[in-house]
Design a protein around this ligand. Sequence first.
Ligand SMILES: Nc1nc2c(ncn2[C@@H]2O[C@H](COP(=O)(O)OP(=O)(O)OP(=O)(O)O)[C@@H](O)[C@H]2O)c(=O)[nH]1
Ligand SMILES: [Mg+2]
Length: 259
Amino acid sequence: MSVLVVMPTYNERENVAAVLNAVRESIPGADILVVDDNSPDGTAKLVNETSEALGRIDLVQRPGKQGLGSAYREGFRIAIERGYDAVVSMDVDLSHDPAVILEMIRLLEAGADAVIGSRYVPGGATVDWPLHRRVLSRWGNRYTSRVLGLPIRDCTSGFRAYRGDALARIDTGSTTAEGYAFLTELVRRLVRDGSRVAETPIVFTDRRHGTSKMSGRIVVESMLLVTRWGLGDLFNRLAGRGDGAARTDRGAAAPRGNT
Ligand SMILES: Nc1nc2c(ncn2[C@@H]2O[C@H](COP(=O)(O)OP(=O)(O)OP(=O)(O)O)[C@@H](O)[C@H]2O)c(=O)[nH]1
Ligand SMILES: [Mg+2]
């Protein structure tokens, strides 16, 4: 499979070179695309230097901070346009272990349309996260799965692999969420499309360098959007329209990886 690893960056100067090197080492055949929002800390300069050393690293530079959702929309648009078989997404703060990418690609080859690196399946974990982040993520995910009827335990993990054709089918360009709600928006579309979504365990480690971009606004956006989507589904079901429930035509949620 031809693979593109898409990485959004905002002020990741202390992490970006290490992540790029680790990805190239884990999966030497993969191309890399960094989407940077004019990070004031000079992340882009480090990407260019690393690119000269490693090759096959593209950088998209945007004029200013536009959010995680927008960065992925841009990265996925390019991935689809270039016809990659598989597209990987990951954070650039060393929270996601690039060694897992190979397992994700293996699961795509075994028939999954998308693979989510999941903290909430057996074998998955979060390490070093403060209690409030653990509680927010765990209960946020429980709420999300329940309200949207999604058979997925970690809807907000940004560490994923998708088949390029599955991404193209769900029209990622028309998504609207700005923050990590974008990740839920994609899972919801995949499941409704009938895509096979697998989860494979990951151990998520809190960033050691740089600062978090999580904000109250992004959390509120996620809660409001999930609630709005859930109410919309409920309304459609009550109104007798068939599009309210999660569909599983293509066998969504199976296979479940090595869980
Ligand atoms: N291009 C771009 N990247 C972003 C933006 N916001 C966050 N990122 C990147 O997206 C990845 C995930 O970021 P977030 O999920 O917001 O969380 P985070 O900043 O890693 O926060 P913590 O995990 O709490 O440390 C990281 O690589 C960030 O640098 C943005 O507005 N634009
Ligand atoms: Mg992070």
